[in-house]
Design a protein around this ligand. Structure first.
Ligand code: HPA
Length: 233
């Protein structure tokens, strides 16, 4: 047990799928897993361990933002011997080349956050995800004819910004869009020599100001979740 996870060591699989939203973790377990059981409900951060096509895996929520993802991914890697975490989340688009519901595979997280510097004095503003897992995701996407945009994401600490220079971030840093968790996840994977990847669905656009409703989003997430699940088999 850790301060934030009540599961026993043997109740968490080596591979964890991590949505931000606890109810989405519940949805994934109920829809895709067999023989699953609830392994965490501390702070409502629901986690389930079960089987997808005979592969044991855990699906557990990260909560929103770098600090929350920072806590859960650290504890999973360090105290639960987890090898691989794949985040499945949403992002806002920084370019009109991305439409609502498009998928993004994050190969690099760019951030203005102090998380990594504060954690161990890592002093760059970019962190890469696992090439091994990404190649597997790209391979499965090809096989299943799923279009996926591979690139950098802006990992922001602030959702409600008065000024977001997103055109500059797209132009100068090649950020396709914005989310709020990858920088902590990829950093923690690196400090423990583990694997982390992230697939995102475009849920809104800072360019066109379009947004999906939470109900529509649920349906669009199906493709992304199936891609993540099939990539770890
Ligand atoms: N900003 C930050 N995080 C997000 C957004 C956004 O617009 N959309 C989905 N996650």
């Amino acid at each position: 047990m850790t301060p934030h996870i009540e599961a026993k060591l043997e109740d968490i699989a080596k591979t964890v799928i991590m949505p931000g939203d606890p109810l989405r973790a519940k949805f994934i377990a109920e829809t895709y897993l067999t023989d699953y059981k609830l392994i965490n409900q501390v702070r409502g951060m629901l986690g389930y361990t079960g089987y997808y096509k005979n592969k044991q895996l855990t699906v557990m929520a990260s909560g929103m933002g770098i600090p929350s993802m920072g806590i859960y991914s650290y504890e999973l890697f360090k105290f639960y011997d987890v090898d691989t975490i794949i985040r499945v989340g949403s992002c806002g688009a920084y370019t009109n080349k991305l439409n609502l519901y498009d998928l993004v595979l994050v190969d690099k997280s760019f951030s203005d956050s102090n998380y990594a510097y504060t954690q161990n004095e890592y002093n760059k503003d970019e962190i890469e995800s696992s090439k091994k897992i990404n190649n597997q995701i790209i391979k499965v996407a090809k096989e299943k004819n799923i279009k996926i945009n591979v690139g950098t994401i802006h990992c922001s600490e602030v959702f409600y910004r008065d000024n977001n220079p997103f055109e500059e971030l797209y132009k100068n840093k090649k950020c396709l869009g914005v989310e709020m968790e990858t920088f902590a996840l990829f950093h923690n994977a690196n400090i423990f020599n583990k694997n982390a990847a992230c697939i995102l669905t475009v849920s809104d656009s800072l360019v066109t100001k379009e947004a999906t409703t939470s109900l529509e989003r649920q349906r669009a997430f199906t493709e992304m979740i199936e891609l993540a699940l099939n990539s770890i088999l």
